[in-house]
Design a protein around this ligand. Sequence first.
Ligand code: 0O2
Length: 213
Amino acid sequence: ELREGNGEGIDTWEEVILIYNAALKMIETRMAILNDEFQHVHQYNPIEHIKARIKTPESIVKKLKRDGRESTIENMIKYVNDIAGIRIICSFTSDIYRIVDMLGEQRDIHVIAVKDYITFPKTSGYKSYHMIVTVPVYLSDKTVDAKVEIQIRTVAMDFWASLEHKIHYKFEGDAPEDIKTELVECAKMVTDLDARMLKLNEEILTIIREREE
Ligand code: 0O2
C-alpha cells in the first residue's frame, strides 16, 4: 500500500488533477457536514461559503521556477502545497477558530502546518488563517495522502484580500507606497469591523436567550 505524499506512483498531470480534485471534494464534504451539524446543534451556520480551486499548471510551474526547482510531477507534489486550495469564508472571527479546532479533531486529516495571519497579520495588512493538511484519497490500487491548503477568513477579510490581490497583480507586486499605506489602513478598518460585528452578534444572542427564558 502506498501512503505517500511524495509523488511515488503518480506519473501524469491527469493523475495529479484526479487526486487533488478528490482531496478537495473530501474536504468540502467534511466542511458541509460540520456546517449542517452546527446548524442542528446551535441553530447557526459558521460557514458563509466555500470556494475550491486547483492551481493552474502555469502557476505551479511559476512557483517551482521561483524556488529554483525543475517542473517535475514529483517536485509539484513535494514542494507546491497549494495545488489543491480551499477557502472557507465565515461570518465571525470566532467561527474561524471553531473550524480550525473541528478540522484538527478529524482522525484522518493530518495538519502539517498552520499560519495564523489573524493574530499575526502580514505587513501588507493581510489577515487569514492558513492550514496545510493531508487527506487520504482512496484509489483502486493505492491510497495517497494529498495536501490541501485551507484558507479560513471572515467575509470582511475576504473582501479586503480579493481587492488587494487584484491590485498586487496590476502593479506586478510593486504598488505605489500611498496605495500600500491606504490598503493597510483599510485592513485596520476590517479588523475593527469584524470586532464590532462579533460584539453586536453576541449582544443579539444574549437578548434572544433572555427572551426565551
Ligand atoms: P495565489 O494567486 O492566491 O495562489 P508559498 O508562497 O505558498 O509557497 P507562503 O508565501 O509562505 O508560501 O504561503 P502563505 O504566506 O501561507 O501564502 C499563500 C497564499 O496566501 C497566497 O497564495 C495568497 O493566496 C495568500 N496570501 C498571502 N499573503 C497575501 C497578501 O498579502 N495578500 C493577499 N491578497 N493574499 C495573500 P499565492 O500562491 O501567493 O497566490
